[in-house]
Each structure stands twice: as structure tokens, then as C-alpha cells.
Design a protein. Structure first.
Ligand SMILES: [Ca+2]
Ligand SMILES: [Ca+2]
Lengths: 318, 318
């Protein structure tokens, strides 16, 4: 570093966060546990930080972005499936009839996910996701989905990594839906992504090996599935976990059960103007018992409207 | 770097390897793919190296070391199971009757593994493995098991990491049997271990969350299970893979299918004096069709007797 006067003042590691108790809590935690003289010091190998994705690292309204991918896949595959024109839940998708689609229930939604996510190889699915994520636009925000990530959370990921935390995604979203783009967008390697998965099958394929994606659930990485997924993929309890809904409560409790000092972060979607505002009654990202427990246990609950100067990276240039 | 004359000669990155075509092939590969001017350059994110464990990073004779752990667990648990005295396969274990034990077949061996590995929590199992690995001795070598790792392979792991490869274990052994000690012994973090696993269940346990280990197979990380496990945990094809038996062939083929330049390494156990010599007819670590395919495809097959100056780290001081 140079000896210029500016280098005396430490740069703000979280420039898109407003000063206040939440920003201070995060910075104090990191400074404390990385100080080898502190009783709360955490060895580098234990500095595991896990982040939910939908609603925590990027937006999730009006429906999970992966579901838009599935709907686009139904339309792309419709020519091969003429029977879909008269068969629910496909009919509703092809007619852009969202109310009817939402009435198809969990079984209908699962059918859409399986028929659009399985039946191909891992390499083929990777290509499909890449070309979709590079081009598709959010219907309300009119932005590519990867533009709808949260700038303050990108800074938090960087800040943790600069302090030798290993950052992971632990999401209910599909692991193979996230892996193609999270390296570039979040700086999180593919092997540090935990997500919902389907079963696979290896085929030697006459010397050109492939892995086929089967229409059978492997792991639902939500609620109880989050600590299960953390144990399966990471093998130790995190010391830092961030989420935004009741589906993250088990992950935050698992982190809280770490005998090492730990930090639990909840994102509360309170900004109806810049993003969306929803919590206890939302059909997506319901945040109800998690909010009560966070308050009771003194976990850090981010108020998006108050705590974040900007939401999305593109606002930096506005 | 300093200008001292000694710095002109580069240190040998693989000092326990004898000079020769195999050592040269490894070093040339690494130098080539990390040279940004080379047509074979591999970006850092793709520098994934996967290593089998039993017979590749440590010895595996006369039986897999994890099986010695299971036998010791049977003996430790026998007081709680008086019925085992007269019930196979436990009777054979308690009477140290190996011939009868080996006649119990796959079903008997699986029963021993399940009754000694499941039925506890992940934290409890971690403690059991730690105290066993810290104290138990190999019956023939009279050394702790972690002393029976291969010094040349430790150097290879270091060499790859020094060149920004991310090193993983991909083993048929139990993932939770390996995780407690591989960080200290191989420098491989817990979350970079892929192995066979059993299913688990999360229990809130009145505010003290636990994960219970169930007597149900999740993944058998051997043969076809290796590419499956690599896809599940790592999410991309490796560019370097090392194994020692037919159980690694699918992993090496999967690596070979990487469009990027890749390296396939087989360890051939040829040293009956310093370690063990076995291949085509062995009941442990059978190396038969893998050996034929390696020769046919020009993969690198290490001859332990010829290529390695020493086998175990403790030989450095002898
Ligand atoms: Ca979420
Ligand atoms: Ca092996």
C-alpha cells in the first residue's frame, strides 16, 4: 500500500449499508471472532458462513425466479408435447393463466418442475440455465434476474471472505439451477452451493460418459432440509447464517447451536418502493415464526428500507 | 524473491518421488495447464483434483482401515448387546475369528457397518472417530492409521494446491469417518470430502438441535457412485483424478471426459516389502480392468516400488 493520507482511514467494508446497530453488529462480530486475542476467536477452518439465496441474496417476487425458468421451459418444450395444450398444469402455463396455475397446488407445481428440470443430462441442463439466465427478463423489474441481487449482501459476502470466512449458499432452490451462474455473480464456487436436488444416474454412453437427471427428488433443502444439507455438504456447523423466511429457521437454529460464537441474520423485506414488502402472510418467503424467534433470541433482523442505501447494483450508477 | 544464488535452482516439488517418466508427466501437466500462454491453460475455478482415499492416500491392507474401526466399535458396544455373543456376524468379531467373519458376505459386513455407524448423532460419531483415530494401531504395521498415509501423495496434494488446484477426496469410505481427521492429515477441508453416506434426520431436540444418523444407505461413493458423488458435491468435472482400483475407473473416465486438458493417475501397489503388492486378484483394491484401460489409454500408472523413494512420512527420519 502507498503512504497516501487516505490509506490511514480504513475503507468502509459495507458502503451500501446505513450506519446503525445492525451494520455495527455485523462488523463487531467479524472483528471480534477474527482477533486472535479475543476469547471469541474462531479458527479459520471453522469460519463457515451460509446464505439462503431467494429473498436473501436476490429478490423472489412475485414468484421464485427459478419458477419463471420452469415456465419458460414449458413454453420452449410445448412443440414436443402437443398434449400439453389441453392438460393442466401445462395448459395454464401456455395460456399465461396465472390464477389457474396457482390453483394446481403443490402437485401441479412439482410436475412442472420435474418435467422441465429432469430427463436431460447435467451438461445439457447447465447450458439451458446459462442461456436463460443470460437473456431472460424479470416481468416486473424489466431487468435480467442476476441484476436483481442485493448489493449490500454482495458487500457482506466480500467482507466475510476478506476475513477468511468460506461462504456457501444453502438454498431451497435447485443446486444445478444455481451453480451455472453463482460463481460469476456472488463469487461462490460451484462446490460451495447446497440446494435442492434430484437423483442422477451415470451412463458410460459408449465412452462419452454422461450423468442423467432423473424425475426423483433427492434432497429438499428447506426447513429441516437445511441443517441436513449443511451436514451433508459442509460437515460442520456454520458460525454465520443469513436467511429471510421461516424456511431458514432450522439453519439459523443449527448455527446458533454451534459452541463457537455465531451470528444469525434475517433479512426483513420492508421496502415496497425499491423492492417488495412482505412477511407474515406472504405466499413466497413467509416470515412469521422466524421473525418472532429472531426477536426473542436477539438475532439481527435487517430492515431493508432503513438499513440499505441501495438494493440493487445498478442503483450505484443512478 | 531474493537474488541469492540458491533461489535460481527451483526446489523439487515432489522430493519423495524418484525422477522418471511418471514424476515428469505430473510436473509437466501442472506447468502446462497453469501457464496462461499455453493452449492447455486451465482457469483456476476449473482446477479441481479428486483423490480416492483407501489405497491412494493411505494403505488399505489387510482390510480397509474403516473396517478395523467398525470391529473395535463392535467390541466396545458388546456389553450393551449380550445377544451378540451367539449371533453372527458379531460372534466372529468378538472371537477375533476372521475366516468366519469373511464368510458372512456382504450382508454381514453391511450389518456390522450399520450397527456401529448409525444410531447416534453426527456430533457423537465425530467424537468416536476422533478418539479411535488418535489411539488405534494397525495390527501389522504397529503404527497409528494416520501414520500410514503416503508421503509422495502428501507432496502431490501440496504441489497441486500451490498451483491453485482445489483438492478433494472422493472415496468409497464413509464421509463422516473421514471428515474428523482429513483436515489435519491431508490439508483437505471437511467440505471437500466426498464419501459414502447414510441418511440423517434433524431433530430440534427441545432447543438443542441434533442430527441423527439413520441405518439407511444414502450414497455408495464407489464405481458409478464416484461421478455421481462428484456431480453432487463438486458440480463440475475434475481435471485431475487419482485412484488405485477398478472402483476408481468411472471417476477417471469422468475426468477424461472433461473437454479441458486432464490427468488420470493410478497407483499400482507393487511394493511387498515396504507396503503391500496386489492388483488383479486382490479382495481389497482389485486393480484389473482399470489397469488394462490405463495402459490402453496411456494414463499414468505409478509403480510404488520404482517411483517412490519412501512410502510413509515416518521413513523420512530413518
Ligand atoms: Ca429465502
Ligand atoms: Ca481405493
Amino acid at each position: 500500500k502507498t503512504a497516501e493520507p487516505t490509506s490511514i482511514v480504513e475503507a468502509d467494508p459495507l458502503p451500501s449499508w446505513n450506519d446503525g446497530p445492525r451494520k455495527e453488529a455485523i462488523i463487531s462480530f467479524v472483528e471480534d471472532v477474527t482477533d486472535s486475542a479475543s476469547p471469541n476467536f474462531i479458527p479459520v477452518a471453522d469460519r463457515i458462513a451460509t446464505f439462503d439465496n431467494d429473498g436473501t441474496l436476490w429478490s423472489e417476487q412475485p414468484i421464485y425466479f427459478q419458477f419463471f425458468f420452469a415456465l419458460d421451459r414449458v413454453k420452449a418444450l410445448a412443440a414436443e408435447h402437443p398434449e400439453w395444450k389441453n392438460k393442466q398444469p401445462y395448459k395454464a402455463v401456455l395460456e399465461n393463466d396465472m390464477p389457474t396455475l396457482m390453483q394446481q397446488g403443490e402437485h401441479g407445481l412439482l410436475e412442472i418442475v420435474m418435467s422441465t428440470h429432469a430427463g436431460n443430462t447435467t451438461d445439457e441442463f447447465d447450458s439451458l440455465v446459462r442461456s436463460w439466465i443470460d437473456t431472460a427478463q424479470h416481468p416486473v423489474k424489466k431487468r435480467r434476474y442476476t441484476e436483481l441481487v442485493f448489493q449490500p449482501m454482495l458487500e457482506l459476502l466480500d467482507f466475510l471472505r476478506a476475513n477468511d470466512f468460506k461462504t456457501f449458499i444453502v438454498s431451497g432452490g435447485g443446486i444445478e439451477f444455481m451453480r451455472p451462474w453463482v460463481e460469476g455473480v456472488y463469487g461462490i464456487p460451484k462446490d460451495q452451493v447446497v440446494g435442492s436436488s434430484i437423483q442422477t444416474e451415470y451412463d458410460y454412453n459408449n465412452g462419452k460418459p454422461i450423468i442423467k437427471r432423473l424425475a426423483k427428488i433427492d434432497l429438499i433443502d428447506d426447513k429441516e432440509g437445511k441443517p441436513i444439507g449443511i451436514n451433508r455438504y459442509i460437515g460442520r456447523k456454520p458460525v454465520f447464517a443469513a436467511g429471510n423466511s421461516d424456511g431458514d429457521l432450522q439453519m439459523l437454529r443449527w448455527t446458533d447451536a454451534n459452541p463457537l460464537m455465531s451470528f444469525q441474520l434475517y433479512i426483513h423485506h420492508t421496502d415496497s418502493l425499491r423492492e417488495w414488502a412482505y412477511d407474515r402472510d406472504s405466499h413466497i418467503g413467509k416470515f412469521d415464526i422466524g421473525l418472532d424467534e429472531a426477536i426473542e433470541k436477539g438475532w439481527t433482523v435487517i430492515d431493508m428500507q432503513t438499513d440499505w442505501k441501495i438494493i440493487y447494483p445498478f442503483e450505484k450508477n443512478q
